[in-house]
Design a protein around this ligand. Structure first.
Ligand code: GRF
Length: 204
């Protein structure tokens, strides 16, 4: 079986990246990590990538004169490494439309809320402050909007009356670590069919 080739983009801790990596170690995994890219030199995720002996790069847009040059560089790197799917895992940058077009329907993201509720940043705190009873996490395709692309998988997490940002974030993160590798597996099984806003999960 030819394995799918994944690029992971991250900016920080990299726990989702690690969960994806762990999934690739399973005997029946249908994908592997070809490359890890961080826009932060000191990202914990980069350290993890080194520890796992994965190809890794620190590439900041600040190192380029124009956005276009930065995009071209990343796209070239992805092509050289024969990347099939880009997984954003705590990547704190907005993906450029040029890049989205080049990798159309081949960029996915994990978000720590049940979209379309609470897009953007600090969403676990927003969910607690808003008093919602259920939050969770979402894996979705990336389109030019902020957390607006077609939804692949979601997992609800109940909010307790004594929850704070930290306690809720931890419980959501646990679920993120399950649904992200699962969504990637579905992608490489060719079971994700995008129909407008909807992602239909095809039976085997
Ligand atoms: C996660 O909560 C993810 O949903 C969000 O950023 C956080 C990244 O955490 N997009 P980690 O770097 O994967 O540990």
């Amino acid at each position: 079986m030819k394995k799918g080739r994944v690029a992971v983009f991250l900016s920080g801790r990299g726990s989702n990246f690690e969960s994806i990596y762990r999934a690739t170690l399973k005997r029946d995994s249908n994908y592997k990590i070809a490359i890890v890219i961080s826009d932060k030199k000191k990202a914990m995720g980069l350290k993890r990538a080194k520890k796992f002996k994965l190809k890794n790069f620190y590439i900041s847009p600040k190192l380029f004169k124009t956005k276009r040059e930065y995009n071209r560089h990343i796209i070239k790197l992805l092509k050289i490494n024969k990347v099939d799917l880009v997984c954003l895992a705590g990547f704190m940058r907005i993906i450029d439309p040029e890049f989205i077009e080049e990798y159309k329907n081949r960029i996915i993201n994990i978000h720590p809320a049940l979209l379309p509720s609470f897009p953007g940043l600090n969403v676990q705190k927003q969910a607690v402050d808003h008093g919602v009873k259920i939050s969770g996490c979402t894996v979705h395709f990336v389109d030019p909007g902020i957390d607006t692309g077609p939804i692949i998988l979601q997992k609800p997490v109940k909010i307790r009356s004594d929850d704070n940002e930290d306690t809720l974030s931890k419980r959501i993160l646990k679920e993120e670590h399950k649904i992200y590798p699962e969504a990637i597996k579905l992608f490489f099984e060719n079971r994700l069919k995008i129909d407008g806003r909807k992602v239909i999960i095809l039976d085997r």
